[in-house]
Design a protein around this ligand. Sequence first.
Ligand SMILES: C[S@@+](CC[C@H](N)C(=O)[O-])C[C@H]1O[C@@H](n2cnc3c(N)ncnc32)[C@H](O)[C@@H]1O
Length: 383
Amino acid sequence: MTKDINKDVFSEGTLLKLGIFAECFREWFPVFIHNLFTKGIFIADFFAGSGRDAKGNLGSPLRLLEEAKGINRIYCNAVLKNNKEVVFAFNEKNKQKEAELEFNVKTFMDQCFKENCNRDKCIYSYLNFSQYDFKDVFYHEALSKILADRDYAKFILLDQYGFSQVDENVFLKLVNSPHTDFIFFISSSFIKRFKEIDYTKRYIDTERIHFSESDPKECHRVIADYFQKLVPEGKEYYIHHFTLKKGPNYWGLIFGTNHTLGMEKFLKVCWKEDIYSGESNFNIDNDEPVGSLFFTGETTNKKTKLKDDIKNKILSREITNNKDGLKYALRNRCLPEVYISAIQELEKDNSVRCFPKFNKQTTSIHKVDIYNIEVLKNDIYKN
Ligand SMILES: C[S@@+](CC[C@H](N)C(=O)[O-])C[C@H]1O[C@@H](n2cnc3c(N)ncnc32)[C@H](O)[C@@H]1O
């Protein structure tokens, strides 16, 4: 039987996972509070737990609520001013844990009111705490309606145990829902270990996954690639992942968004955690460690490989403007700055010319001023 995560003190890995959830939400939430086209914001934590661990550390639902206030309640005020509807929904199947969650949320809210809230009632709405099995609530008509609503931005957290809850159908439903960003947890090492077992095959098509026996640390990357390949062909969609090593096991997070800004934000969180590769709590690409003579944050193995790849793609005219180059960096799970290093090096050796005007913009790339790239000479990088 799975150990109850809330009965003990959260491990270091769990705290990191919860920190990533919170930071990701911190980046995501204000975007939609200030988005003129968003009527409402829906935040769901479908595997919410009881709210705290044995020591009182905040679990995911309380972390989301804490983030939703913002410093000095800046977000509460902005939500009111911008007339947005914000709805939180927490689900926990275990009856006792759900009761604890209800108590913990109520206590949290009471405290929040006491801290100079100066309002009669919270401006955020809370859907009744439910004790559903995830799939029952996920495929419920009411939820399907919310997910399909283009006027609502959705942030979906799926902190499952194991791997059986987020299967291909769940994943595709999320991918195909407009304005919906999600993060789910998955026990990648278990899938690798039990890939031949019928139970595993019921949820994950392990025939389509090729694990490297000699390189177990790759296993969550391989799982992320499996999900990436499920995205319908031709759809602009971004997937990123974060490996959490715990002892000999590799668990991880998978993030999905259909917007470059969502990907920029999640990458920012991950690259802050992991300055080598932006995707793990250890040195996954065997970089020179920080402090060593050869380490410079600019030239980690992953960034150098992508920079060379981008240069080749520019010189072979597969990337012909900055927007495509910036998006290519995102799709390859690096911050867009890598594209800027590549184009600047090519400009410096007179291999390319940018027109009408070069710019260095690397954030909010959906709004970037586009310039074209003309290849002047192509004798350095060959395909
Ligand atoms: C990894 S824990 C989530 C922990 C939570 N994020 C926190 O920060 O405390 C997974 C939770 O999902 C619940 N759960 C397990 N199977 C479920 C299901 N099929 N539907 C809904 N909840 C489920 C478990 O009782 C457990 O509390």
